[in-house]
Design a binder for this molecule. Structure first.
Ligand SMILES: Nc1nc2c(ncn2[C@@H]2O[C@H](COP(=O)(O)OP(=O)(O)O)[C@@H](O)[C@H]2O)c(=O)[nH]1
Ligand SMILES: [Mg+2]
Length: 403
């Protein structure tokens, strides 16, 4: 029989040392609290002395026999069993030993037995906690993996994706979270909500008498104007007027004129900024004027500055950049960047019905500090438009929290 003494801080520490050095068949014969070090009897540290033994023909150390990938739990259980065995042996040995001078008295032996039983109970609890912790961690890792994939699919910028994941990991470290997919989704939506909050809920200013709509060709400016005008005239009972400077395409004026006729709204056509004062003069009776502009190659700053010259007015006014969700990310970013330079801060996204990828909204809002006003999701005038709402948007972005 080979016997070895270990001095450790706590029992679990000894268990792994014993298993490595003496193998899985080793048993713990005795444990006791001791004090070591110090100076003249002071500053001594509490330690634990563990005596373990193995039969003379021991099996190989357990750690080497176990495959590398073996999960923790079975090894833990083996360790618990071993400890119980060891403790039983130790306590039986102590109890059955004749009471010679060298043996501890019976009372002490009983106390020691109780001590060992308590230790084992603590150890078992600790191991159960560790085992359940590792399965929760696996669930967390899976949920975070799902979230990462979702955000990638949604084309959320990588820097924001990483920040979001980090925030969730931090929460996990603080122990403030469970590890389910639902919980991870909730944390993600809470954080995205915090980021978007400063930009949401503004809509188009009710103070503005003139609202200009700018943006690339075909994004849906004219259709959007018709939708908003219908809402203002029919539901709010306000007097609305239209101005269009989109004279590049013959059909463009006709398109707005058709809506103007349906809604019974006056329309003025301007060919240059010089025509603007006259047009405003014609619309003095209107509480609200929507101005349609021609879509140009707004990836070029020159065209942006050109349209900007049309937007001058002495009235309280606001300019809304219209972007289609079917546009390419890089093109949308270029347009947003150019218009941002000219002070345009409101944005309206169209054609949400033609995509299932919504990250661009978040990216543009955060990157250029744009205020999302409305989301349009269809060709039907006036129904297919809604005020931007954070919760609805986050729901689109993150999708269902259950698989
Ligand atoms: N699917 C879809 N089509 C839209 C939406 N908004 C506008 N459109 C369509 O996009 C096309 C271009 O719209 P238009 O208003 O003329 O764009 P503009 O050139 O920016 O004025 C038209 O066929 C519209 O019906 C939308 O939210 N969803
Ligand atoms: Mg148009």
């Amino acid at each position: 029989m080979r016997v070895k003494r270990y001095v450790v801080n706590a029992l679990p520490e000894a268990v792994s040392m014993i298993k490595n050095e003496l193998g899985k068949d080793a048993v713990i014969l005795n444990t006791k609290e001791i004090k070591v070090g110090g100076f003249m009897g002071m500053f001594r540290k509490k330690k634990m002395e563990v005596i373990a033994a193995i039969e003379s023909n021991p099996s190989k150390p357990a750690a080497k026999q176990l495959p590398q990938q073996q999960p923790h739990a079975p090894r833990m259980n083996a360790a618990i069993e071993q400890l119980i065995q060891g403790a039983q042996m130790a306590s039986t040995a102590v109890l059955e030993a004749p009471e010679t001078d060298k043996q501890p008295p019976k009372k002490e032996a009983l106390e020691r037995e109780q001590y060992i039983i308590d230790e084992i109970r603590d150890l078992r609890q600790m191991m159960v906690r560790m085992a359940s912790g590792s399965s929760a961690e696996a669930a967390m890792t899976e949920a975070l993996g799902d979230l990462k994939r979702r955000l990638e699919e949604q084309e959320m910028d990588v820097q924001w994706r990483e920040r979001l994941i980090q925030t969730i990991l931090d929460k996990q470290m603080e122990g403030k979270t469970e590890f389910t997919r639902e919980q991870v989704w909730e944390l993600a939506s809470e954080q995205i909500g915090i980021w978007l909050q400063p930009f949401a809920g503004h809509g188009i200013s009710t103070e503005a008498r003139v609202v200009h709509f700018v943006g690339p060709t075909g994004v849906g400016k004219t259709t959007t104007i018709a939708k908003l005008a219908a809402e203002q005239t029919i539901k709010q009972g306000r007097k609305v007027g239209f101005i269009t400077s989109d004279t590049y395409r013959i059909a463009a004026v006709d398109q707005l004129r058709t809506y103007a006729n349906i809604l019974n709204v006056p329309l003025e056509v301007v060919f240059s900024p010089m025509d603007l004062p006259k047009a405003f003069g014609q619309l003095t009776g209107c509480e609200l004027i929507y101005m349609d502009t021609a879509g140009r190659n707004f990836r070029s700053e020159l065209h942006v500055s050109e349209v900007n010259s049309l937007l001058q007015s002495n009235e309280p006014s606001e300019t809304v950049l219209v972007l289609s969700m079917t546009g390419k990310t890089k093109d949308m970013a270029d347009v947003a960047e150019h218009f941002r330079k000219y002070g345009v801060s409101k944005v309206l996204f169209t054609k949400l019905d033609e995509t299932s990828v919504y990250g661009a909204i978040f990216n543009l809002v955060m990157c250029y500090e744009l205020y999302p006003t409305y989301l349009a999701s269809g060709q039907t005038v006036p129904d297919d438009i809604d005020l931007f709402d954070i919760d609805t948007y986050i729901q689109l972005l993150l999708g269902s929290k259950s698989r």
